[in-house]
Design a protein around this ligand. Structure first.
Ligand code: BG6
Length: 475
């Protein structure tokens, strides 16, 4: 069936996973730069091993990414060739404010994104911009304690004022924080949060979350003041949560797990802390310090649309059976016996996307935007240079069909779809390059060796035809 006339088909990337040029044109160091490849990656991402600078003996894949800082014109031309209507990217905060607390922004950083947005404009591609995709300037972490400090709201405010004013007319769609719920699972990677020894982690996380929620509402307010045309969205690491069985305890566990994630969007989209969360905080002894005016700010500045990433559904049970756990997007979940999984153990569930779309739409009644979805897989370059990624096409086709059903059979309002890693980039969870998502292959290996040349995979032409037919031709 038909997709809406102005449906925004496209692809998504994040600054730290593709730009490289980590110290070029005045860019400052950020948390995302110092998360190494290799066995310590997760310890650092979680903040268990505190790393605030590069250390000898480690390889840091974000230093080079896929060198998009140099290649962006070529990359955007290839996106345009596929017919992209939108391109989701993120701003590296430390390119704009290298330390984070300066009064004046770094002009070279601002110019880089201006050039990039104008390049998009040349092809009629609408940028969809994530203000922070996991990154936080390192100086804000070492000097202020990152998001645990209320001052971060002021620094973030400074950042967004600069962005909205400078890019007025160039960017209409903004997202405040990528996968805001990831802070619960990987606080250092997700938000530059290092929890001090002796501090209760839940207390520290929820206080930091409050600051992010206030910053997000403030950004929404400022965006609308600067330009009423701007649409601001929140962004959730999404995925419906299923109970392992029909046992009421399992159903309740699934309900609780889902609410742990919905909590963020409940605040950003409905405008207030939900009662279940307040009760939970009371039970757990969590006390959130709020300032006068926070409640009103949250209430009056809810988001215009709800965006989310979707890779898989999740499974919960009353009593978890650790042996049955499976991998997936930082969350550990119980294995669903009915689903197949990717090479990295992420379970594949297209119907779960339809369920997720319906759950979010029922709950928030706001337009939705799928801003990440895709299959991380190893690709083989044939002797003639071709890459036959039929597995990726199959994955995407089934998810596009699920979107179609959600729109046309269920009435869900969906603004667009940006597949994750439309060009191969560094994996967030593993730091590998070999976990590839793209329609465009990048010649680089897990250690950063390669020519960084770009080439088309089979899925490139497939997606081009999907977009040209507005989702009708999926063969
Ligand atoms: C999302 C992130 O969690 O999943 C991306 O927003 C990330 O940054 C994507 O890359 C896919 O995860 P991974 O670990 O396969 O790169």
């Amino acid at each position: 069936m038909a997709f809406p006339k102005n449906f925004l088909w496209g692809g998504a990337t994040a600054a730290n996973q593709c730009e490289g040029a980590y110290n070029v044109d005045g860019r400052g160091l950020a948390n995302v730069d110092v998360i190494p490849h290799g066995e310590d990656r997760w310890k650092v991402a979680l903040g268990v091993k505190k790393m605030t600078d590069f250390e000898a003996g480690y390889y840091y894949p974000a230093q080079e990414g896929i060198r998009m800082y140099e290649h962006f014109r070529e990359d955007i031309a290839m996106f345009a060739e596929m017919g992209f209507k939108t391109y989701r990217l993120s701003i590296a905060w430390s390119r704009i404010f290298p330390k984070g607390d300066e009064e004046e922004p770094n002009e070279k950083g601002l110019q880089f994104y201006e050039d990039l947005f104008k390049e998009c404009q040349k092809y009629g591609i609408e940028p969809l911009v994530t203000i922070t995709h996991f990154d936080c300037p390192m100086h804000l972490i070492t000097e202020y304690g990152g998001w645990s400090n209320r001052k971060l709201v002021t620094f973030y405010e400074r950042l967004v004022r600069v962005l909205f004013n400078r890019y007025k007319g160039l960017v209409k769609y903004w997202l405040t924080f990528n996968e805001i719920n990831i802070i619960l699972h990987a606080p250092f990677m997700g938000a530059g949060l290092l929890i001090e020894d002796g501090v209760d982690p839940q207390q520290a996380k929820y206080q930091a979350i409050h600051h992010e929620l206030v910053a997000s509402a403030l950004a929404t307010k400022i965006a609308h003041e600067v330009d009423p045309e701007i649409m601001v969205g929140c962004m959730l690491a999404g995925g419906a949560t299923y109970p392992l069985t029909a046992k009421p305890e399992d159903v309740w566990a699934a309900h609780e797990m889902a609410r742990m994630n919905y909590f963020f969007i409940d605040v950003q989209s409905r405008g207030a802390y939900p009662r279940y969360a307040l009760q939970q905080f009371k039970r757990d002894g969590i006390e959130i310090v709020m300032e006068a005016g926070d409640t009103e700010l949250l209430k009056e500045n809810t988001v215009d649309f709800v965006s989310f990433s979707y890779y898989s559904s999740r499974v919960a049970a009353g009593k978890e059976d650790g042996e049955n756990e499976t991998a997936g997007n930082v969350f550990s979940s119980i294995k669903n016996p009915y689903l197949k999984a990717s090479e990295w153990g992420w379970q594949i569930d297209p119907l779960g996307l339809r369920i997720t779309l319906n759950e979010l739409y029922d709950r928030y009644q706001k337009p939705l935007f799928i801003v990440e979805n895709g299959l991380g897989a190893k690709d083989t370059v044939e002797p003639d240079g071709s890459i036959n990624d039929d597995y990726r096409i199959d994955y995407l086709r089934e998810h596009v069909k699920a979107m179609d059903d959600a729109i046309n059979l269920d009435g869900v309002e969906l603004l667009g779809y940006t597949t994750w890693g439309c060009i191969d980039l560094v994996s967030a969870s593993t730091g590998e390059m070999s976990k590839r998502y793209g329609f465009i292959y990048v010649d680089r290996d897990d250690q950063g060796n390669g020519t960084y040349a770009r080439s088309k995979k089979k899925s490139f032409d497939w997606y081009k035809q999907v977009i040209a037919s507005n989702g009708e031709n999926l063969d």
